[in-house]
Design a protein around this ligand. Structure first.
Ligand code: PGA
Ligand code: ZN
Length: 403
């Protein structure tokens, strides 16, 4: 079996201007290269992106500990590689090596193995299963940790459900443009900015923002003649304090928050609602799922952190019906896949996701296709976002042409 002949690492920029890592894995003539993203609204239970000493310490540990342990391994043995990374780290959350180094090594190795096999990553990882294309969820208005002065809710998204990924990507971008036009006419002469994920940042209340997005969806729907629905990622842990959800214009107790989100789902026909409650509140997730789970995906991101133990608990409690999947929340490709497999086995939908601090790495597009994710959250516009969306369009073309 071909072995990993060399591994190297470099410090690069992410889209927020923070340093992150990119790893090269070489085997024979194949090169696998992967870069790790970083979140801003990170869950309390997710892998720690970098060790206490930061990116420089992560790079030092990579060279002194990871390379000697991984070099020479069979490049096709992904499970063994991922186990070795976890053993080497020795902590439950990758706080020694940093989850971002582990993620980059794990995905770079998979890319090298795919290249050696002469297959695109989605085919290599998908095995014999039929590749399916995810629905893109595009972020059009944002706030929270992703934009100063914006809404309390972190993400207002659109989900186009047309005949092709290409049509959906274009329709999401169209909705993004329609939202801009609506904000400009609502707030004339006020500068309009964009947040970390390319969504518009504007000084509007949360319900005003949702109204604007819902209207843009209707217009996009009339133009395209296919369904375009709104969705939310509240990232509610970020504004939950002392038992209340603190919006700019109101503070809601836990019961009121359940009622509020239920009303938004019903009034606006939301496709999905992510992290509507604090990351420890499995009960409220279960209550909301009971009320609206038949019509809406209730997605756990900070709740589950791509972790099978937390997901198992959520499945048993009925806390949600979908999970957000972020490879660097858990640190290895094998553990990411385990979360996807458990979700699908249990009737939960999966949504592959970018981070707010991204790179142009497009691996998540391949993972979403390989593993049959229902949807992918990769933004609507912006270079590091369209890197994934355009890759999905290319994959769709390959599948259509049978190449
Ligand atoms: P993050 O946000 O990448 O800043 O964690 C994305 C999300 O909450 O889905
Ligand atoms: Zn989220």
């Amino acid at each position: 079996m071909p072995s990993i002949e060399s591994l190297s690492i470099r410090k690069i920029l992410d889209s927020r201007g923070n340093a992150t890592v990119e790893v090269d894995v070489r085997s024979g003539r194949a090169l696998g290269r992967a870069a790790a993203a970083s979140g801003a609204s990170t869950g309390a239970h997710e892998a720690q992106a970098f060790p206490a000493g930061g990116v420089d310490e992560a790079i030092r540990l990579f060279r002194s500990q990871v390379v000697p342990r991984i070099k020479g391994r069979d490049v096709a043995d992904q499970v063994g590689l991922d186990r070795a990374l976890k053993e080497l780290d020795g902590t439950p959350n990758f706080s020694h090596l940093g989850g971002n180094v582990a993620t980059a090594v794990s995905i770079a190795s998979a890319k090298a193995a795919a290249a050696l096999a002469g297959k695109p990553l989605y085919r290599f990882l998908g095995g014999s299963s039929r590749p399916t294309l995810p629905l893109p969820l595009g972020n059009v208005i944002g706030g929270g940790r992703h934009g100063i002065g914006g809404t309390t809710i972190q993400e207002y998204l659109v989900v186009s459900q047309g005949p092709t990924v290409q049509a959906n990507v274009l329709a999401n971008a169209r909705a993004h443009r329609l939202v801009r036009d609506a904000l400009v006419s609502k707030l004339p002469d006020v500068p309009l900015g964009r947040g970390d994920e390319g969504a518009w940042i504007a000084k509007v209340t949360d319900e005003e923002a949702l109204g604007i997005v819902a209207d843009a969806c209707k217009t996009a729907e009339q133009e395209t003649k296919f369904p375009v629905r709104p969705a939310l990622d509240l990232a509610a842990s970020e504004f939950f304090a002392d038992g209340r959800y603190r919006y700019r214009d109101r503070a809601l107790d836990v019961g009121e928050q359940v009622d509020f989100v239920e009303r938004l789902v019903r009034d606006y026909g939301l496709f999905s609602v992510e992290d509507p409650f604090d990351q420890e509140d499995f009960d409220s997730f279960a209550e909301l799922t009971k009320r609206v789970g038949d019509r809406c995906k209730v997605i756990g991101d900070d709740l589950f952190v791509t972790n099978v133990t937390r997901l198992r608990h959520g499945i048993a409690a009925g806390s949600g019906n979908a999970i957000l999947i972020k490879p660097n929340q858990i640190g290895t490709l094998s553990d990411t896949r385990a979360a996807v497999d458990l979700a699908h086995k249990s009737g939960f939908a999966t949504v592959m996701s970018h981070r707010s601090g991204e790179t142009t790495d497009n691996a998540i597009a391949h993972l979403a296709v390989a593993w049959g994710c229902l949807a992918i959250k990769a933004g609507a516009v912006g270079g590091e976002r369209v890197a994934k969306l355009n890759e999905l369009i290319r994959i769709e073309e390959q599948l259509r042409e049978g190449t």
